[in-house]
Design a protein around this ligand. Structure first.
Ligand SMILES: Cc1cc2nc3c(=O)[nH]c(=O)nc-3n(C[C@H](O)[C@H](O)[C@H](O)COP(=O)(O)O)c2cc1C
Ligand code: SF4
Length: 618
């Protein structure tokens, strides 16, 4: 049972609080060395123990850390997985994406609601369950899926949802984690989440020994390791395609008392799950890559920012880290190399897509809300703790290890001129064999569709919502940085899917995920959604389409970070590639308004508290 809260005790002195909250908070804060920088860990641990971050808990954390309560409040209110209000003892979060809804997520969510007695978005009368929607949880290949506290449930059916609730009710005392068939804590990562590696290629998923890349790197001077990345023409796999060798060189050249390596395992782009598969199947290769980066840039510390949705991987990753320490692949004098000390810590996120953006991620690592920073300075100069930091994607680190194992020329011999190596694609949607495919860069969309058994595709979303909606006329285009660039998400839509409804759902995703810092993104994404809905609802004119395009361009140009700068892509790319879908929703004859001016002004009337003047009411 969750410890009772002591809400209602209006005091700022934690010593006057009834024992549970203050005592729990004090113990947690002590566990984290009373380190303000670990605030995200602290509040997550408090929530795990007392159910939510109550006012009393906010005050107690602030007092224990010697900071203002507003700092704690500000940070907690940012993350989707942190609750300020009491919730059910067990939280069921159903993944809501176009892919999950295509596979029956709405029926599954209804089944959870019916079985628990909770409305979707609410808590059951007995306080046992909260059922809610959540953004993509990284299981697009096995939808419908849900997070049940930290446990992932995939390929759900309504009947199974009801059975899970019944089991949870029967086992109130047991930890939810152990309630699923085949799960024993250690193997939970495989128990409910299929492996999903559909096709290995010659690079990332090649056979290779643990630590081989690190040992090869240690035979070279630090600079030469960075030069190998440049020679291999490795570009970051997280989406932007920045040259890894150049990033490391800039980082190395920034003078500081310490440097840091960060592995971006936030993987929040809907439809992407290849980093999850890497961390499940070959975590040692990723950790080899991080260690090589540590050696090259002169860092002693590595951090993995693991998205909160992948908390189920925590135990297995900790076990891998522990094993590496035993083998001398982490810790002091790595691989016997005198003076090269390197270790890695995992930071668990708490449900915020924007935290995948590297500067927001760094803010989050420092225990703050994940708001992107102004750049420059870039993280290579002022990153984690304002020290030079190389933030690289999980797949990038896997490539780094393979480059050191096999050499830059071998790596550069694969792919195209500007896109060397192979690419991991997370394929989902209307295709019979969803999963991760390691393909050569330069593969056409057509060839990919044949490979995954989906030649009937009517449109393909390449690069997730922030990417492009590709029409059949462009299926000859190549997946590569110089043509169709993608962090890895490929979503296939077959006959009968409504391209505008998909664009609407993706736009809604950006509305939900905007951090709210800048107006073009905060307000612009909402207006985009409203205007698109007007067109989808057959209430639009050609003028609305023109206005929508202008607004989309403004949001793209004026937003402060990559989230806002790509939030209009679902609209812009469908406008460009599917103009007929928009035209079909407009009335061909002279536009006749279906709402009266009074109806249109209803909201303004309510806000102003007065009726329109007679001359306005025409
Ligand atoms: C809104 C947003 C979300 C992002 N999410 C991720 C992510 O989940 N994983 C990732 O590696 N990069 C993500 N990025 C890109 C990172 O900012 C950064 O470019 C990347 O981690 C650098 O690593 P790379 O050079 O290996 O690609 C995101 C960028 C934006 C703007
Ligand atoms: S563009 Fe959006 S996510 Fe980025 S800073 Fe502005 S409001 Fe925040």
């Amino acid at each position: 049972m969750m410890a009772p809260d002591t809400e209602g005790q209006a005091t700022t002195d934690s010593s006057l609080l009834a024992p549970p909250v203050a005592a729990v908070v004090d113990a947690v804060v002590e566990e984290f060395g009373a380190d303000r920088g670990r605030l995200l860990d602290i509040v997550q641990a408090v929530q795990r123990r007392i159910g939510h971050i109550s006012d009393a808990a906010v005050r107690a954390v602030a007092t224990a850390l010697g900071i203002h309560a507003v700092e704690v409040e500000d940070m907690v209110s940012f993350y989707a997985f942190l609750d300020r209000e009491p919730k059910g003892r067990i939280r069921i979060r159903v993944s809501k994406t176009p892919m999950s809804l295509m596979k029956g997520a709405a029926e599954v969510a209804q089944a959870f609601a019916a079985a628990t007695g909770a409305a979707i978005g609410g808590t059951s009368p007995d306080g046992e369950f909260t059922v809610q929607w959540t953004a993509d949880i990284g299981m697009a290949d096995q939808e419908p899926s849900a997070l049940i506290d930290g446990t992932v449930a995939t390929r759900l059916t309504p009947a199974e949802a009801a059975a899970i609730v019944a089991t949870l009710r029967q086992n109130r005392a047991g930890p939810a984690l152990l309630l699923f068939p085949g799960s024993d804590g250690q193997s939970i990562s495989r128990a409910r989440v299929g492996s999903s590696l559909a096709r290995s290629g010659p690079i990332v998923f090649r056979q290779g020994g643990r630590g081989d890349g690190v040992r090869a790197a240690l035979t070279l001077p630090r600079d030469s390791v960075t030069q190998e990345m440049t020679k291999a023409r490795l570009r970051g796999r997280g989406g932007a395609g920045f040259p890894t060798g150049l990033k490391w060189k800039l980082c190395q050249q920034s003078i500081s008392a310490a440097h840091h390596v960060v592995c971006n395992a936030d993987e929040g782009e809907p439809g992407t799950f290849k980093d999850r598969v890497l961390l499940t199947e070959i975590p040692d290769v990723v950790l080899d890559g991080m260690t090589i980066a540590g050696y090259a840039i002169g860092a002693r510390h590595g951090l993995i920012y693991l998205r909160g949705e992948y908390a189920y991987l925590w135990n297995s990753l900790q076990a891998v880290l522990e094993n590496r320490r035993r083998l001398g692949l982490l810790g002091s004098n790595v691989c016997g190399r005198e003076g090269f000390d390197f270790d890695i810590r995992i930071q668990l996120g708490a449900g915020a897509y924007v935290c995948g953006e590297e500067s927001a991620l760094i803010e989050s690592l420092e225990g703050k809300r994940g708001a992107p920073r102004d750049r420059p300075p870039f993280p290579t100069e002022r990153g984690y703790l304002h020290q030079p930091t190389a933030v690289d994607n999980v797949e990038t680190f896997a490539c780094v290890a393979r480059i050191m194992e096999m050499g830059a020329s071998w790596f550069g011999g694969h792919g195209t001129r500007e896109s060397t190596g192979t690419k991991l694609l997370s394929v989902s949607g209307d295709c019979p064999h969803p999963g991760v495919y390691e393909v050569p860069f330069g593969i056409t969309v057509n060839d990919l569709l044949d490979l995954v058994g989906a030649p009937q595709a009517e449109f393909v979303q390449v690069g997730g919502p922030s990417g492009q909606c590709v029409a059949p006329k462009d299926f000859g285009r190549r997946i590569a940085y110089e043509d169709l660039s993608t962090g890895g998400s490929v979503i296939v839509f077959g006959p009968g899917r409504d391209v505008l409804d998909v664009a609407r759902q993706f736009t809604e995703f950006f509305v939900e995920e905007s951090c709210g810092w800048c107006t073009p993104c905060r307000v612009g994404t909402t207006l985009l959604k409203m205007n698109l809905e007007k067109i989808i609802g057959d209430r639009g004119t050609l003028a609305d389409v023109t206005a929508l395009e202008a607004l989309a361009n403004t949001v793209t140009r004026m937003s402060r970070c990559g989230l806002g700068q790509t939030a209009a892509n679902p609209i812009l790319t469908t406008m460009r590639n599917f103009p007929q879908a928009y035209e079909a929703r407009l009335r061909p004859e002279l536009f006749l308004p279906r709402v009266t001016l009074r109806e249109a002004l209803a909201e303004a009337v309510e806000i102003l508290g007065r009726e329109p003047m007679a001359e306005e009411d025409t």
